[in-house]
Design a protein around this ligand. Structure first.
Ligand code: HEM
Length: 153
């Protein structure tokens, strides 16, 4: 077993493989449900590795993303995320107990990606249950709900 880098201890509650179901909506699209698997792992360095995959309820792949979480002292974190849809997100925010509130520092879009201006993510863990909510400002709409999910470790 690789030893956890000490700066990661405040974020250790995220470690593991999480599976569950979520729902999504936005003014420009039909609402939908999805199954999800999220893994937070570490390699002995002071960052977490993040991998997320989703499927529709018939098992067809939907959104997926990968990234890294970087601790900031004992009460904050930064999150770097890359998506195959040509979007990158760089977040920073406070860690309040086992709740991480992330606001966009910058969003990058490739030339053919959809227009996304800002994303806000709140991730919370209570025992072996993870919940999150994601809001976005995209395709000309103001910042508002896109996703929420509940997963179990
Ligand atoms: C659990 C993760 C996610 C799932 C399951 C998901 C699913 C969906 C679905 C089913 C749609 C409608 C069909 C489509 O345009 O493909 C959609 C649209 C969209 N999503 Fe997500 N999404 C996820 C995460 C994200 C994230 C992280 C972002 C941005 C950072 C994002 C941005 C968008 C945008 C910009 C649209 C298009 C809206 C439009 O064109 O009107 N999504 N998403």
């Amino acid at each position: 077993m690789t030893e956890l880098a000490p700066p990661l201890e405040p974020l250790a509650f995220l470690l593991g493989t999480w599976r569950g179901r979520g729902r999504g909506d936005y003014p420009t699209i039909e609402s939908f449900e999805y199954d999800e698997e999220i893994t937070f792992s570490h390699v002995g360095k002071p960052f977490l590795v993040y991998h997320q995959r989703t499927w529709d309820l018939d098992g067809r792949p939907l959104h997926t993303e990968m990234g890294y979480v970087r601790p900031v002292g004992t009460d904050g974190a930064e999150f770097v995320i890359a998506q195959p849809t040509g979007i990158t997100e760089i977040h920073a925010g406070p860690l309040d107990g086992q709740t991480l509130r992330l606001a966009t520092q910058s969003v990058g879009v490739s030339p053919t990606a959809k227009e996304v201006r800002a994303v806000a993510r709140t991730i919370s863990v209570d025992g072996d249950t993870m919940t999150y909510r994601l809001d976005m400002e995209a395709v000309g709409q103001p910042l508002q709900f896109h996703l929420e999910a509940e997963l179990r470790r």
